[in-house]
Design a protein around this ligand. Structure first.
Ligand SMILES: [Zn+2]
Length: 115
């Protein structure tokens, strides 16, 4: 092992650690977190249907922006490709109740949980 690599390895270790921490604190600073199975949530302290810590699920915010109104508590937003972190409007589908959402999932004949 050369002197050079001895010097470099702890540097890379620290850099990796700092980057991880940096990304996490950056996400925190700009108000992004994850909830439940990995749903993305955005810090929205003034939203009428925010969760306790002031976060709102991003897929609901995207649908609300698209519709130009708040979603009711009964309405459910479905992820068409079943990727719960894919919150592009073209991947989202609105159901007027969780019952309708669940029966849609059953009609897909997939055993996966509602998304
Ligand atoms: Zn779904």
């Amino acid at each position: 092992m050369s002197i050079k690599s001895k010097r470099i390895s702890p540097f890379w270790y620290l850099k990796k650690k700092q980057t991880k921490h940096g990304l996490r604190s950056l996400a925190y600073k700009i108000g992004i977190t994850t909830m439940g199975k990995g749903y993305v949530a955005i810090f929205s302290p003034k939203h009428p249907f925010r969760h306790k810590a002031g976060y709102v699920l991003e897929h609901r915010l995207v649908m609300e922006k698209y519709l130009g109104r708040y979603l009711t508590k009964k309405e459910v937003v479905h992820h068409i490709n079943e990727i719960i972190s894919d919150n592009r409007i073209e991947n989202l589908m609105l159901f007027n109740s969780s019952k309708a959402h669940i029966s849609y999932h059953k009609s897909l004949s997939k055993s996966g949980a509602p998304c």
